[in-house]
Design a protein around this ligand. Structure first.
Ligand code: SF4
Length: 202
């Protein structure tokens, strides 16, 4: 598997925000978001055998793991073996994905956190995947400006979503207009800042 890093931190986003977590960051991405905050994850990473990855995970034996990227679903076969192994040990698993690749084969093992790319990113997610989101999954719009909020509003109007929806500003964006938009339009979202960035941890 191509890995960028395996590290412990607090989960900074989503339903498990604030929980201690072991992150497995897989290398490579099929998108080029303008504001990508993990450009290193778009590199080819370090080749590690599945056994080596597992060894590192079991040494820590965390109750909760987040598999992120890059786009982790690009390494589907090895990822599936890793997930099955962690699931057997009772580990709770989140997968963060950019919403361009079908994630349904991983849902028996993990909770999906699907990003919906907004216009400011210069990229686009596959909105048809939203119908595969279950109540235990979640969806995140990373927004930079009001145009992104309007896009999120339109997507939410036209796509019923079973899981929780987060609206998360690009770090350092002017939050006030975004908050006003959520309040004025009563958007059915949870507004969420990236905790790890506020805390200055990885
Ligand atoms: S999907 Fe994620 S890793 Fe890929 S370019 Fe966008 S922000 Fe960066």
């Amino acid at each position: 598997m191509k890995i960028v890093e395996i590290f412990r931190s607090l989960q900074g986003e989503g339903k498990n925000q604030g929980k201690p977590c072991l992150f497995i960051r897989l290398a490579g991405c099929n998108l080029k978001c303008r504001w990508c905050d993990t450009p290193a994850s778009r590199s080819s990473g370090i080749e590690m055998s599945l056994d080596t990855v597992m060894e590192q995970v079991w040494r820590i034996n965390p109750p909760y793991v987040c598999v992120t990227g890059g786009e982790p679903l690009l390494q589907a076969d090895e990822l599936e073996r890793l997930l099955v192994s962690m699931k057997k040990r009772g580990t709770a698993i989140d997968i963060e994905t950019n919403g361009t690749i079908d994630f349904s084969r991983f849902q028996p093992c993990a909770s999906i956190c699907m990003d919906v790319k907004c216009p400011s990113s210069g990229e686009q997610s596959d909105l048809s995947l939203l119908e595969k989101i279950r109540p235990e999954d979640s969806v995140k719009f990373v927004v930079k400006d009001e145009a992104d909020c309007r896009y999120a509003q339109e997507v939410l109007k036209t796509h019923p979503i079973s899981g929780e929806v987060f609206l998360s500003p690009v770090f350092g964006a002017d939050y006030q207009p975004l908050v006003r938009f959520v309040l004025t339009n009563t958007l059915p979202v949870r507004f969420q800042l990236q905790l790890h960035k506020i805390l200055g941890v990885q």
